[in-house]
Design a protein around this ligand. Structure first.
Ligand SMILES: Cc1cc2nc3c(=O)[nH]c(=O)nc-3n(C[C@H](O)[C@H](O)[C@H](O)COP(=O)(O)O)c2cc1C
Length: 306
């Protein structure tokens, strides 16, 4: 287990841009997730005092939360890590796995993993800057010929990284194909730090199987958890909240955190998923796509009572 953070359960909510905001993290924490990550935050943005970067951050007092940073400049990453440590983050994660163009172009994410010497400098600088645990999240490498996750893991261990999350695909694959968890066996041989497995977990049986079959200390839930909090409650053997309860609570968390219109726009992404299988699913989805104020949300919830 990831003893250093005393996780209540070996399941972690993935960092996901556009998804893992405070309301999403809070909802999952209340349902029993062991650990949450922020969306990735630009260290360059932080150095410029960019409000958008800061507004992605955690709310003071929320725990447990890992703040994920991206960038390629050791100094800026170290500075940003220090700032979030002072703000109360439980751990810092450096992103080595993002393969979207905007991030790669900056030499960050998967592009950083391609440059092991710079990766080492980054980890050395961030480690020196903070006392709290330091994590990394990476892929297998840029492409099969450029596979380097084992080298990166050894560097991470020697630089004092406390946990490593692997999404076992190549950067060039983006999200195509299947993640190959067999790589965790070699990773376990290469280093002794706690390992987190990420990729294609969609059922509670798959969580249990991954924890038993592979040498991972925790399993990270990404797309499978979006709109499906029952994945978590099912695995934990906890009470299963109804879709009305989940929708009401997620809506309240969004409305508390964002301006009304933005909260409604964000909730639209979840309506179809939360109401899947409901006898009025089609009507609910169509109405869900038009949510624009808190009253609409109440109407939607009224429609759900059959
Ligand atoms: C919409 C979306 C946004 C993501 N954003 C991030 C991110 O900010 N940082 C990161 O390390 N990974 C990010 N990922 C990758 C996920 O954390 C995860 O590793 C990947 O989706 C594989 O897991 P899954 O199959 O359970 O989704 C993102 C994935 C998705 C689908």
């Amino acid at each position: 287990m990831l003893d250093l953070l005393k996780l209540s359960s070996p399941v972690i909510a993935a960092p996901m841009c556009g998804i893992s905001d405070y309301p999403f993290r809070q909802l999952n924490r209340e349902l029993g997730i062991g650990l949450t990550y922020t969306e990735m935050i630009s260290s360059v943005g932080i150095s410029r005092g960019n409000k958008k970067s800061l507004s992605f951050t955690f709310v003071k007092g929320e725990h447990p939360v890992v703040v994920q940073l991206f960038g390629d400049n050791p100094f800026l990453l170290a500075e940003a890590a220090q700032l979030f440590e002072n703000e109360g983050a439980d751990a810092i994660d450096v992103n080595f796995g993002c393969s979207v163009k905007k991030v790669i172009k900056q030499g960050a994410g998967s592009a950083l993993q391609r440059n092991l010497s710079l990766s080492k400098d980054v980890l050395c600088a961030v480690r020196k800057a903070i006392q709290i645990p330091l994590f990394i999240k990476c892929r297998l490498g840029w492409s099969r010929p450029e596979e380097n996750y084992l080298e990166l893991a050894k560097i991470a261990e020697s630089e004092g990284v406390n946990a490593l999350c692997l999404h076992p695909r190549y950067a060039t694959q983006l999200f195509t194909g299947e993640s190959n968890w067999e790589h965790f066996y070699a990773l376990r041989e290469a280093c002794t730090i706690p390992l987190i497995g990420s990729g294609d977990i969609k059922t509670s049986q798959q969580i249990t199987q991954a924890l038993h079959q592979y040498p991972v200390d925790a399993v990270m839930l990404g797309r499978g958890l979006v709109g499906n909090p029952w994945l978590l409650t099912d695995f934990l053997g906890a009470a299963q909240p109804s879709s009305i309860e989940i929708l009401r609570h997620h809506a309240d968390l969004l409305l508390d955190y964002y301006p009304e219109q933005k909260a409604c726009a964000l909730l639209r992404k979840y309506v179809a998923k939360y109401t899947k299988g409901h006898p009025k699913a089609l009507a609910l989805r169509l109405f869900g796509n038009t949510l624009s104020c808190a009253k609409d949300i109440n109407l939607l919830l009224d429609m759900m009572h059959v």
